[in-house]
Write a protein that binds this ligand. Structure first.
Ligand SMILES: NC(=O)C1=CN([C@@H]2O[C@H](COP(=O)(O)OP(=O)(O)OC[C@H]3O[C@@H](n4cnc5c(N)ncnc54)[C@H](OP(=O)(O)O)[C@@H]3O)[C@@H](O)[C@H]2O)C=CC1
Ligand SMILES: O=C(O)CCC(=O)C(=O)O
Length: 440
């Protein structure tokens, strides 16, 4: 870690993500089974990106002013398949954030059972408050540079925070215009031009399926459970949809301004209203409180609300040790990461010490990228699978990931340490491929 910290100064998020993996992998490397990987310096090699692109993104706003943002693509590791991972448009985007996300993506994609390498990209552009025309001009400028570095067999980006179906449409249109190729170079496309059914739902649904497997492992189920969810974007919306479909009650939603607490529970009708608010009217979650008559807590996070299960689904480092203590004190039995790295190290330690269920995002939110992999397969075959087919494949993949975590994560007293299981299983597939491919 000293070596990683020296080589990546001022990149706290990246160092945090490496530390979580190293905590599991370094002790393994000291064993006989780990010797070949240790000698080949696989862990050191995976912390160094294959390559990183950084570029200027100039665009014109609606008033005719020139604007400049910075674009990035981190191609982290392609040992097991083409680089795959989302694009994030958010003012907080910087190299550290994208390197952490790309690093996580390598192990997550390895867990999916599909041939997907890891990458991530994005920009410090903020789509919030911009007109559709401004977003389009930005996306066209961003893709004009990115198109040089991606391809259906090279690197296949998708959405993440701030990049939904509107942005993917503009990006795809510009790629096609530049390359004159109609191909699956992005996933998360709309259905009319090569998207997959269930891809929008997949990350949230996948996390709920994963939590159901974890509960089953303890002889329990989702029916009747009270859940807190953070975020109100893509992942949060479909987490709520699946939870309420499976008989659980969701009492919170949030955005960067605060959270709503609806003790009656978010119903299917209320969720439909939230989807319209967030995906089309682009409003704030505080409006939910006014519409449905419940409390809104400005500037706060939902972790002090009593619950059985928690699904952090907004952003990184949104749940610290104090939040973890509040959750455990109020009876929470399980935390399932829908976002990437939402729980801070101190929080994770507390969950593990208390033997609570804790699902690390690289396992529990892998359903999104796995379904992107299914979208790539359909694009290559020229076929569209039904909703039922994709949903069944998603459930099977989440169940396989769960089984791998159990296989590698069961500790002496029978407790399943999913952090250990996910990191070890994710690492081994990539490491074996790297060993087989020589010093590259
Ligand atoms: N989309 C996908 O398929 C996948 C996403 N993920 C991860 O899930 C998380 C959510 O992504 P997604 O739902 O797609 O993104 P969206 O942009 O659709 O939604 C993001 C949500 O998180 C909130 N949020 C963003 N930044 C902050 C912040 N700094 N503090 C508080 N709230 C914040 C947003 O609120 P506001 O509108 O106010 O900014 C919004 O409610 C991310 O960590 C992403 O990396 C993981 C796997 C796949
Ligand atoms: O579907 C994809 O390729 C992107 C998913 C993603 O960015 C993630 O898993 O964090």
């Amino acid at each position: 870690m000293t070596w990683v910290k020296q080589r990546n100064p001022n990149e706290p998020e990246f160092v945090q993500a490496v530390e979580e993996v190293a905590e599991v992998i370094v002790p393994f490397l000291q064993t006989d089974a780990g010797k070949a990987y240790r000698d080949a310096k696989i862990l050191e090699r995976v912390t160094e990106a294959d390559r990183i692109f950084m570029f200027r993104v100039p665009w014109m706003d609606d008033q005719g002013n020139y604007q400049i943002n910075r674009g990035y693509r981190v191609q982290m590791n392609n040992a097991i398949g083409p680089y795959k991972g989302g694009l994030r448009f958010h003012p907080s985007v910087n190299l550290s954030v994208l390197k952490f996300l790309a690093f996580e993506q390598v192990f997550k994609n390895s867990l999916t059972t599909l041939p997907l390498g890891g990458g991530k990209g994005g920009s410090d552009f903020d789509p919030k408050g911009k007109s559709d025309d401004e977003v389009m001009r930005f996306c066209q400028s961003f893709m004009t540079e990115l198109a040089k570095h991606i391809g259906a067999y090279t690197d296949v980006p998708a959405g993440d925070i701030g990049v939904g179906s509107r942005e993917i449409g503009f990006l795809f249109g510009q790629y096609k215009r530049i390359k004159d190729h109609f191909m699956g170079v992005l996933t998360g496309k709309s259905l009319q031009y090569g998207g997959s059914l269930i891809r929008p739902e997949a990350t949230g649904y996948g996390n709920v399926y994963f939590s159901r497997e974890m509960l089953k492992e303890r002889g329990d189920g989702l029916e009747g459970k009270t859940c807190v969810v953070s975020g109100s974007g893509n992942v949060a919306q479909f987490t709520v949809e699946r939870l309420i479909g499976l008989g659980a009650k969701v009492v919170t939603l949030s955005d960067s301004s605060g959270f709503i607490h609806d003790p009656q529970g978010v119903t299917a009708e209320k969720l439909e209203w939230v989807m319209d608010l967030k995906n089309y009217r682009r409003g704030r979650i505080s409006e939910y409180a006014r519409e449905f008559g419940c409390d809104f807590f400005e500037g706060e996070k939902p972790w002090r609300i009593g619950c059985d299960l928690a699904y952090p689904s907004a952003t990184q480092n949104e749940l610290d040790e104090r939040d973890a203590k509040a959750l455990l004190d109020n009876g929470c039995k399980g935390v399932f990461e829908g976002a990437n790295m939402p729980c801070m190290p101190g929080a994770i330690t507390l969950f593990r010490e208390h033997r609570a269920m804790f699902a690390p995002g690289k396992a529990s939110n892998a359903g999104g990228v796995a379904t992107s992999g299914l979208e790539m397969s359909q694009n290559k075959l020229g076929l569209t699978w039904s909703r039922e087919t994709v949903d069944e494949k998603l459930r099977d993949i989440m169940s396989d990931i769960h089984d791998k975590c159990v296989e590698h994560g069961r500790v002496d007293n029978g407790y399943v340490d999913y952090v250990r299981g996910a990191n070890l299983a994710g690492f081994l597939k990539v490491a074996d491929a790297m060993l087989a491919q020589g010093l590259v």
